[in-house]
Design a protein around this ligand. Sequence first.
Ligand code: ADP
Ligand code: MG
Length: 331
Amino acid sequence: EAAINRIAAGEVVERPASAVKELVENALDAGATRIEVTIADGGKGLIRVKDDGCGIPEDALPLALSRHATSKIDGSDLLNIHTFGFRGEALPSLGAVGRLKITSRTAGGQAAEIAVSGGRSEPVRPAALSGGTVVELRDLFYATPARLKFLRTDRAEGQAVTDTIKRLAMAEPYVGFTLRDVTGGGEGRVTFRADPESGDMFDALHGRLASILGKEFAENALRIDAEREGLHMTGYAALPTYSRGAAVAQFLFVNGRPVRDKLLTGALRAAYMDVLSRDRHPAAALFIDCDPTLVDVNVHPAKSEVRFRDPGVARGLIVSGLRHALAEAGH
Ligand code: ADP
Ligand code: MG
């Protein structure tokens, strides 16, 4: 059983950034408004995610650690998921590949904690916490040295954690995020911070993009709002006069999930073809929302891949939506 867990776990948790993604998505599912992530040694030594969400009832703590016990859906429903978690695999997997401790408290409940390492859990114990949940993962892959060796430097893994948090934060502007690095002990230092935004969806996103991509991007960004054949696109795209030098800032979200799709690069290139020289990268953060049946979600746990059933429509939407906005702005 422990061995099976470890093998399956490797599928879910490839590296510190994938553990962070799972834990932050759980916090979002729990309705958190503030999420604090702490890492040490690029996440290899420590990952801690603290949230102010609904908490886990004391008697549900052991259940949260058993494989598939919590799976929010039965599989037939994969295309209609509204929460991030739907496999009930993340926590059991993390408990199989590292030393995991979950401390939690629901409104009106008692704080309790459970620890698990190498897939073996200890009994639930009373704990001290004012509310929400703290999940702490230490010594990732300590039991599987082969996997540990496969990881990149602390610096590179830490950078991947930062990128993951920035993407998640972009899609959730009303939620506050902090990332703290405590490598070497002590208080450490805050390496990323985005306070909760307010206002309507465009205002909130605009503020969030200012804290992630910088004020200059926000001040030089065109509001995008376009629709085509059931796909609705919102977001911001930079004016051609805005330049980030060599840095690429192109972000695409489909139904709230960050996706890496080459479709975006090509579509942006086409949209800016007449207004931006070829050696510069257009910057944009675009959110496409559509009926879930219009996309295929790759259920590979470690990858958030979304494919459009009709990529041509998505491409057309991006190109025409951006060209329209650029033309309106006189470009
Ligand atoms: P999934 O998210 O797919 O349900 P996980 O293994 O990620 O599976 O989490 C197991 C269960 O533990 C969740 O369904 C949820 O009920 C509970 N849980 C995990 N993290 C949190 C959290 N931060 N706040 C509240 N509940 C949580
Ligand atoms: Mg989950």
